[in-house]
Design a protein around this ligand. Structure first.
Ligand code: FE2
Length: 295
């Protein structure tokens, strides 16, 4: 049994003796709605739609917790939702096990989209963030503006910036458990994931470890990736090994930025420490460089 209570602030555990890595909810905690992502659902959005892999690929417990706070100034309420997602170790063909991925829809027409904050409860996660000029465009037409690879260890918090699509990837040989806090009004957009078969770089397993292989369906891709890691941002409530729940309960007004990112008092980028900017050729082995040219 993997105890998640210290990391999450809620009485959660994962039964790692079971193939479905079932989450145990103690103390009367509501399990939310369990959605499993089947391999059949995921395959059209993979680099290799025929890839073998774990089935179900991962388990999503949506709405495990929620929190509401009134805005004393504007007579409205802020609502936040807490979800838990559990990943087995494994591969999807050459790719490491990952999510289908999604963008968030704009808050209103012409505005940015909602941000989201993940906390890594167990294992270590790789998040790939991708900003594009049109979330609905075909990969041959879309322009990728920025790509960030965020490596996050247990206890750290990973900021999904507004307007960035995101994928969660388990490059380890252990289960991965993440949770997320998000504005309850946020809607996800999945429709372009099958068109593009994932982000513009796939994270694949080569003999010498994870590498980044260009997704040949995309045409306009930035030449560099940003490699980053989470950075404590106390003004945003993001502190390593401090469950977000504790901060949300103590300082709910601080967390309005999840619902109103334009009103944030500090730049959300401050939660991300840039380590280096690299070209895929530097990261990938010879096989990957060959694949990167186009197929
Ligand atoms: Fe999201």
């Amino acid at each position: 049994m993997i105890d998640l209570s210290r990391a999450s602030g809620l009485p959660l555990a994962v039964d790692d003796s079971r193939p479905d890595l079932a989450v145990r909810f103690e103390g009367g905690l509501h399990p939310g709605t369990l959605d499993t992502r089947t391999l059949a659902e995921l395959r059209p959005a993979l680099a290799d739609p025929t890839a073998p892999g774990p089935d179900p690929a991962y388990f999503m417990y949506r709405g495990v917790a929620g929190f509401v706070a009134a805005d004393p100034d504007r007579h409205r309420a802020f609502r936040w939702r807490y979800d838990v997602t559990v990943f087995p170790p494994g591969r999807l063909g050459e790719e490491y096990l990952r999510t289908l991925g999604h963008y968030h829809l704009p808050i209103q027409a012409g505005t940015v989209s909602y941000p989201e904050v993940y906390e890594v409860l167990f294992g270590s996660a790789t998040f790939l963030l991708q900003k594009v000029d049109s979330i609905s465009a075909e990969p041959s037409d879309v322009r990728v503006l920025d790509v960030i690879v965020l490596h996050a260890e247990a206890g750290t918090k990973a900021m999904m910036l507004p307007d960035y699509g995101h994928w969660t990837i388990n490059t380890t040989n252990r289960p991965l458990v993440v949770s997320n806090w998000i504005c309850a009004d946020c809607q996800s957009y999945y429709e372009s994931m099958s068109l593009s078969r994932g982000p513009c770089y796939h994270v694949v397993a080569l003999a010498d470890g994870p590498s980044y292989v260009r997704n040949g369906l995309y045409v306009n891709v930035p030449p560099e990736l940003t490699i980053a890691r989470p950075q404590d941002a106390p003004a945003l409530g993001l502190v390593r090994d401090q469950p977000i729940l504790q901060d949300l309960l103590a300082h709910p007004q601080r967390w309005r930025y999840l619902c109103e990112p334009d009103e944030a008092e500090v730049d959300l980028h401050s939660a991300i420490e840039v380590r280096e900017r690299v070209t895929p050729a530097r990261l990938a082995g010879p096989d990957a460089r060959t694949k990167g040219r186009g197929t």
